[in-house]
Design a protein around this ligand. Structure first.
Ligand code: ZN
Ligand code: ZN
Length: 387
């Protein structure tokens, strides 16, 4: 039985020595294997993974490689387990850990920075200057689950305590996997200045981050909140999450519609979540003079940007990576206070052994899939009504 030296376990929650884990072979190829259950070090706990959501970035990694970086290179055929949006139950404590208890439910953010570089010291651990340096003799202690180290498409994972967010019993496993997504939206709004009460906000792109971006902006008091996109079923969910107006860019010019809806003026903030090739040029025309644009998605190709318009109008552009500055804690607070219902973006659940099917649903948006969740214990495939 699992009993590594210096690690605290409990007979109430026995841990096996090995676990089921999906590993990435060639691009697009995942195999279910057995791996040893990992051992937490100082300031780390072992989390029994109960649920993990599939993210568009997982699909990028599984088929193309970046932004994953395993031992300084591509993630293929390195016994690497992807997956980063997971939650679970604390199952063992590394040496010195007294911040969490065995049996406690937690959700997990992705990045444990090195803790010693300039950016980590500023709370910008998702931009750690030692990103990916966690192997061989360049081990700086940086970890990003499912990006630079093993992630969550398995049964157990070690996590630094600085990546854990405690969750209440009333929050379901599926909802808890969405804290990190809402946290990314929260980080974007934090970087834009945070105090958006009474300010006008546009969110472009109704994917999971965009939809929860609407919810977070509304919960922060932004007014009006406008969502643009091309699919009516997703725009409808945006309304349920708090959008005051939605614009279907297939039916009308999104820039003109946004300006009209805000009294002819541009808005104060745009959170760009579509990654569409012309999204930056549209966003800088949606904001008013001195407005701010947060870029939370990216196109695959390099695209020309109207720099003159940005300079003449004193427009600020921010790129964000992930969910820094403990934004997940603020997102979790909104969710546990029921300020919005994040589960509206969760559409499907599959058991861990059906991960390839779950990924197919997420990738091909089968049955209007938005967030697809995989559960490690006792769940048959089911569709959750996304009403
Ligand atoms: Zn993600
Ligand atoms: Zn760092």
């Amino acid at each position: 039985m699992y009993a590594p030296p210096g690690v605290k376990t409990s007979k109430d929650m026995p841990v096996p020595d090995t676990m089921r884990a999906w590993v990435l072979g060639d691009p697009g190829d995942l195999k279910l294997t057995e791996k040893p259950v990992p051992v937490p070090k100082r300031a780390e706990v072992l989390v029994r993974i109960d649920a993990v959501a599939i993210c568009a970035t997982d699909l990028e990694i599984i088929w193309h490689g970046p932004p994953a970086s395993i031992q300084g290179g591509m993630p293929f055929n390195k016994n690497f387990t992807p997956g980063h949006e997971y939650m679970g139950t604390v199952a063992a404590l590394g040496p010195g850990v007294d911040e969490y208890k065995i049996g406690q439910r937690v959700t997990v953010e992705i990045h444990a920075g090195c803790g010693q570089c300039k950016r980590c010291r500023m709370g910008m651990y998702t931009s750690c200057h030692n990103y990916g340096l966690n192997y061989g003799d360049v081990d700086k202690g940086h970890r990003a689950n499912g990006f630079t180290t093993d992630g969550g498409f398995c049964e157990y994972q070690v996590n630094n305590i600085n990546t854990l967010v405690a969750i209440p019993d009333a929050m379901s496993d599926e909802e808890a996997t969405l804290v990190v997504t809402a946290g990314t939206a929260m980080y974007g709004l934090t970087e834009l200045g945070g105090l958006v009460a009474g300010e006008s906000v546009v969110v472009t792109g109704p994917g999971p981050i965009g939809l929860l971006g609407v919810a977070v902006a509304k919960a922060l008091g932004a007014s009006p909140v406008i969502l643009t996109g091309t699919r009516d079923n997703r725009l409808k969910i945006g309304v349920e999450l708090g959008a005051d107006h939605v614009v279907n860019a297939k039916n009308e010019d999104a820039v003109e519609a946004v300006r009209r809806l805000n009294g002819g003026k541009g808005v104060d903030y745009v959170v760009e979540c579509s990654g569409a090739p012309n999204a930056v040029n549209e966003a800088i025309r949606m904001v008013n003079r001195g407005g701010k644009v947060c870029l939370a998605a990216f196109p695959h190709e390099e695209t020309p940007v109207d720099v003159a318009h940005i300079v003449r109008n004193n427009i600020y552009l921010y790129g964000i990576r992930g969910e820094g500055k403990s934004a997940t804690h603020r997102a979790e607070a909104f969710m546990s206070q029921k300020r919005f219902d994040a589960t509206k973006v969760h559409t499907h659940t599959f058991p861990l052994e059906d991960l390839p099917t779950a990924i197919k649903y997420a990738r091909e948006r089968i049955d209007d899939a938005i967030k697809v969740v995989v559960k490690t214990r006792g769940s048959a495939a089911q569709r959750v009504a996304a009403e």
